[in-house]
Design a protein around this ligand. Sequence first.
Ligand SMILES: [Zn+2]
Length: 289
Amino acid sequence: MALPSHDTLVSYPDGATVSTGTVLHVEPLDDGLSAVILDTTAFHPVDTAWPDQPSDRGVLRGPSGEARIERAVMGGIRDGALHLGRELPVRTGTEGWTFVVAHLVDGAAPAEGESVEVVADAELRAALCAGHTACHLASLALDGALADSWTKETPRDALGHPAFDQLAIVTSRIHEHGSIDTYRIGKSLRRKGFAPAGLDDLDAVAARANALLADWVSRGGRVRIERDHDAITARRTWVCALPDGEVRIPCGGTHVDDLSAFAGIEVVLERSDVDGAIELLMTTTARMA
Ligand SMILES: [Zn+2]
């Protein structure tokens, strides 16, 4: 059957972990897995360009039985060819491409045209939701804790603080109930007005960030994902009610519904000095209520 010509519709941004869809395409892969593409899915794939939230795990059930979904990756289709995961050379949403969720299935793959059920591991999903929400809050808290370390006018974050996280981040990895973010503070960040002396007393920076996090968690606040379309390419926004107002951050992942889900969120900061630059590691841990 021909490759799909429409972007996959996704329901995980609304919190779904179970969905029923039609098999549009099955492609056997070299490693014994098969890539299964459906018209619609609740299964969160890891993004290729910004792989912050890992893939769901789960099962696919159809007329021919049940198969394990090892993971799901982004697929891109152009000129009749399917590019999967790391082989996808463009960002999700690039003009001229069709973007799909490719479920990498171990075992008997379903047949094209069949109706199948996808079930994502709900416990893993909930833990990743907690980790992702905690990650966003920690980045805002870090920006707030470093707000006095800037000497020039700088782009602002969703809370109005200089956007240290956005300007310095190298990688962000979400895991169950937490995340690890790495930042690089080199010449270009200093030219933008960041004074590295602000990182001399890291314990004080972490204490300020943790005080902000404790305040936000203690007050609770609704969290939701806004989007204007169900296609995986639609722009999605994380919206969270904080004491100083609603904050909005572009985000392709999944989240808790309310900050009251947490008993606490804490960050630990570590630095290392490499070739005249500073590498900062922020480890975020969420405790559930
Ligand atoms: Zn996000």
